[in-house]
Design a protein around this ligand. Sequence first.
Ligand SMILES: *Cc1c(COP(=O)(O)O)cnc(C)c1O
Length: 430
Amino acid sequence: MEYKNNIEFARELDNNDPLKEFRDQFYIPLKNDKPLIYFIGNSTGLQPKNVRSAVEQELKDWEVYGLDAHFEAKNPWYYYHHFLSESIGRITGAKPEETVVMNSLTTNLHLMMVSFYQPDGNRNKIMMEAHAFPSDIHAVTSQMILHGVDPKQALIELQPAEGEFINRNEDILQAIEKHGDELAMILIGGVNYYTGQVFDMKSITEAGHKVGAKVGFDLAHGIGNIPFQLHDWDVDWAAWCSYKYLNSGPGGAAGVFVHERHGQDKSLRRLSGWWGTEEETRFEMSPDFIPQSGAAGWQLSNAPVFPMAIQKASLEVFDNAGFDKLREKSKLLTGYLVYLLNEMGQSNDSFEIITPSNPEERGCQVSIFMKKAGKMVYDKLKEAGVKADWRHPDVIRIAPVPLYNSFEEVWEFASLFASYMETVADPSLT
Ligand SMILES: *Cc1c(COP(=O)(O)O)cnc(C)c1O
């Protein structure tokens, strides 16, 4: 695509966008009666308009049936997680039995590590990317402590090369080989929340398995953003939250992927609860825990129907759009943002894009490293109605979401950013 730096061109891209009507299926928050340029769907996705009636359906069934809604409701509550697994499977590349929607992300990280981090003598290390999300680090280090393993000795953080922001894949593969039989588990964010880097999950999984480590991915910033083939890549496990790109609301129900070869292993150590047992015999209330096969065998509790109803409605929007088309638009949309930033960057060295330039190595998010006056630029953007994200000490994260953001918004943002950067670059101004 030959991009152009003018608003007419941006509008033309919007006119030709096969997904343009999806924006109307979301509530866009306003500032001074004008829609915000909402580029923070990587943090809290917007509300799809079909969510309300989905929640009302469950409220109605609760009203009408009470307890019996577990079996009599339009979407019988007892089986609710099944209603999500086909859609989740489509966007994660998983078989329906390999995923389950449950709990919250950090809880699920712990549940997965109970099964997949089993330190044994020298093989007790966990490899993560540097700059991992704090909750993941807390979860990992507390699991180590639980096993009597010293995190200072056992946590390996992959640092980018000197002077670089992103991890080169060949360096990661080399580090995996180097740590070889000390490595119990690898846990990497499929998309790093800070840089927006997409990791090569297929080759990392292969390399991890080659040295005998388990490999898991945190897909919080990946799910609903980039495509996955978790089953085919042979990933051991993955976990994600749903309130970012999945637009499933604050504290929405999270999810996990457990590869079928582990899902069928009923002897695999796990923390268990009654919802992990077979549906047909669960109400016999047996004290013996016999897990059902698949990821559903990791469920603990009676499922939270209301957040799952929201997610079900939200996933319908993804299914209607089609994930391939979304990804195609996303590349074009984020590509346009990067093009516009590069255009102005040629005359302005006060910022640097730290997200990979290869579209295959990024999702929709672009992270801009501000060499000076970053917070001032961010505050001006905020004042002008751009909802972006400031990451201390000096990164502005921008995430144009293909479901509800437009090319015109990207252009508007870029022209605002350009005018602020001129101010910053001019030494006679403050
Ligand atoms: C958003 C995010 C979290 C948040 O965890 P919760 O348990 O949902 O609060 C954790 N890890 C990563 C990588 C995230 O991006």
